[in-house]
Design a protein around this ligand. Structure first.
Ligand SMILES: Cc1ncc(COP(=O)(O)O)c(C=O)c1O
Length: 461
């Protein structure tokens, strides 16, 4: 018998942080005061924080050591050059600029490329990507494959772009109206689902055919690479770096939030192969973020990114990461809790439409579930449903709900143990057993762009 024994975490714990669970009555009071919006809670009032995997990773001793060792300089710091070397090695793009986080890269990219009346197709825009296109008076267009919207369907690459729809769309609008095409890996808004190498290649071919630049939102590229290695024929013996290099070889550039897979608390990058775009990005960077060798970051943060990126492409780390997500997914699945299947690379997404079928979209089922989970357990999740992606028709004032009502349980990297996740699952399962008692919410305030961050709600009836 040759049974493989699964390896544990490829690290041990050197420092811990105390967390506190308030009594239920206090949690009820806190969420009421927060306008039934978990973004408005103080972090210290949260027991287990699965709001996001962004900026919440535990950094390694190697990263911390680099932060101390590096020198701080306005121009030409050694950490800028170590990050440049890393970017060339892993991403392979000719030029890059550091920025303070992903949305700053989006701002620079879209302010440079998007003009009023233009369209930006993406498999699915993330909320900040969508908002940055809109701010530049462009129209973000989501063209993910239909499977992406079927939460129960098991399929290996549900994050893919629908390339037929993409080509039809380009022909309909004409290439001149499309300044760039994007693909988001992994596809966060539809459950952190991966995109296949074949799909990235095909999207790139279409972009080239019509002379449109192709950019990747590379926030979770390494998790996507690991999925390709495990699920796509021909990649099983390739390293994550080799897979990443192939992905980026199909693109003209990428945006990147280091807060995810550079395993840092802040940071980001914008990369390109185009000399002309690089000059424009650079000039705007200096106006809004800082000089080209620090871009809105302290040099120690550049160093942490440079080191963290190598840790993210370590196969043992990725194996642990994917196994932990599957651990939480399995506990929920076995108890019948409806989740997006198969689970994504950074989170388990609960399908609130199926969890709370009695709550209509205009009463924000995923938001209601997120609020109840906090009350039940002190666990903070994030709503990715109609509060985040719903729209108000400007002409009619009609509410247009999001296609999916998801509650995301994002797993910060290297931060929580399986035992924390067992607690999350047990509380959510207990909530599922009394789901008919959960009521919807009425939205009483929301700004137009990225309204979900500061929206306020009241319980219905
Ligand atoms: C897919 C995707 N793109 C862009 C961003 C924006 O990155 P940041 O939060 O660093 O601005 C995020 C953040 O969660 C994301 O998930």
């Amino acid at each position: 018998m040759n049974e493989e024994i699964e390896l544990p975490e490829p690290f041990k714990i050197k420092m811990v942080e105390k967390i506190t669970l308030h009594p239920r009555e206090k949690r009820e009071e806190l969420i009421r005061k927060a306008g039934y919006n978990v973004f408005m809670l103080k972090a210290e009032d949260v027991f287990i924080d699965l709001l996001t995997d962004s900026g919440t990773s535990a950094m390694s001793d190697h990263q911390w050591a680099g932060m101390i060792e590096t020198t701080q300089a306005y121009a030409g710091s050694q950490s800028y050059y170590s990050l440049e070397k890393t970017v060339k090695d892993i991403f392979g793009f000719k030029h890059f600029i550091p920025v303070h986080q992903g949305r700053a890269a989006e701002n620079i990219l879209f302010s440079t490329m998007v003009s009023p009346g233009s369209y930006v197709p993406n498999n699915t825009h993330f909320d900040t990507t969508e908002a940055n296109v809109l701010r530049n008076k462009g129209t973000p267009v989501n063209l993910a494959v239909e499977d992406a919207y079927d939460s129960a369907k098991i399929s290996p690459f549900k994050g893919n772009m629908d390339t037929e729809k993409l080509e039809d769309f380009i022909r309909e609008k004409t290439p001149e109206k499309i300044p760039l095409i994007m693909t988001t890996i992994t596809n966060n808004s539809v459950g952190g689902q991966p995109v296949s190498m074949q799909n990235i290649r095909e999207t790139s071919e279409i972009a080239r055919k019509y002379g449109i630049p192709f950019f990747i939102d590379a926030c979770r590229f390494a998790e996507n690479c690991y999925f390709i290695k495990k699920r796509e024929e021909g990649y099983e013996n390739k390293t994550i770096k080799e897979i990443a290099r192939e992905i980026f070889s199909y693109a003209d550039g990428c945006t990147f939030s280091g807060k995810k897979e550079a395993l840092t608390n802040i940071g980001g990058m914008l990369c390109t192969n185009s000399e002309e775009l690089y000059q424009k990005f650079k000039n705007l960077l200096i106006v809004i973020e800082g000089f080209i060798t620090y871009g809105g970051l302290a040099c120690r943060e550049l160093e942490a990114m440079a080191r963290g990126l190598y840790e993210a492409i370590d196969e043992n780390y990725q194996a642990y990461r994917h196994r932990q997500i599957e651990y939480l997914a399995k506990l929920l699945r076995d108890a019948g809790v409806p989740i997006v299947e198969p689970p994504g690379g950074h989170a388990v997404y609960v399908d609130a439409k199926r969890f709370l079928p009695h709550i209509p979209p205009e009463q924000f089922p995923a938001q209601a579930l997120t609020v109840q989970l906090y009350i039940e357990s002190g666990v903070r999740a994030a709503e990715l449903g109609s509060s985040c992606f719903g729209k108000i028709d400007e002409k009619t004032g009609e509410f247009i709900p999001a296609r999916m009502e998801l509650m995301r349980l994002a797993i910060p990297r290297r931060t929580y143990t399986d035992n924390h996740l067992r607690y999350v699952a047990e509380c959510l399962i207990r909530l599922y057993k009394k789901r008919e008692r959960i009521k919807g919410l009425k939205r009483v305030y929301a700004p137009k762009l990225l309204g979900h961050f500061t929206a306020r709600f009241e319980p219905v009836g």
